[in-house]
Ligand binder design. Structure first.
Ligand code: GNR
Ligand code: NI
Length: 180
């Protein structure tokens, strides 16, 4: 098991389209386990492979609460097969946009098809926060972040702040004079 570094915006690696996996094998199961460990530690309720620099169509999720038994989902090559006409709004966050939140409107219920841990094709219906979170993760596979669903004004405000934070971090890392 290993913790993987999570990429934060702005970063071109978060804007790329991930490739389907050929099949779920031992190597991919290892990556799924590492992604779950990374997500639990963050902590977050979902994580997509591009967020850890792997351009594969792979997502992990767990909406169980602290203290409850874990209920991990691992989805390879997930595809929406149906979305409801009805929408729902949720306050979303993202491990790649740390400390920023915004309300995003998406279809309230969905159905999807995916490959599970054993490379079996499965179907899943979801509503509520699970439906929102799955759509948020599927977006990551296509290089889309939740800020791409809000106004350009709010998006640029968030991305500018994250860029600024990154630049000041870099100075601290590179120049020992700034460390203390
Ligand atoms: O931890 C997360 N919480 C969350 C809350 C509302 C809607 C979506 C999410 S996903 C996010 C983790 C993450 O960045 N996944 O890509
Ligand atoms: Ni995210």
């Amino acid at each position: 098991m290993a913790l993987l570094p999570i990429i934060t915006a702005p970063d071109p690696r978060l804007k790329r389209i991930a490739k389907p996996v050929a099949r779920v094998d031992d190597e991919l199961r290892q990556l799924m386990d590492d992604m779950l460990e990374t997500m639990y530690r963050a902590p977050g309720i979902g994580l997509a492979a591009p967020q850890v620099g792997v351009l594969k169509r792979l997502v992990v999720l767990d909406l169980s609460k602290e203290g409850e038994d874990r209920r991990p989902y691992v989805l390879a090559n997930p595809e929406l097969t149906w979305v409801s006409g009805e929408d729902a709004a949720y306050e979303e966050g993202c491990l790649s946009l740390p400390d920023h939140y915004a309300e995003v409107v998406r279809p309230s219920s969905i159905e999807l098809s995916y490959l599970d841990r054993d490379n079996e094709r499965r179907k899943l219906s979801a509503e509520g926060l699970l439906a929102t979170c799955i759509q948020h993760e599927l977006d990551h596979l296509d290089g889309v972040l939740f800020v791409d669903h809000i106004s350009a004004l709010k998006r640029n405000m968030i991305l500018r702040k994250l860029l600024k934070a990154k630049k000041s971090d870099k100075v601290t890392d590179a120049d020992p004079a700034h460390v203390l």
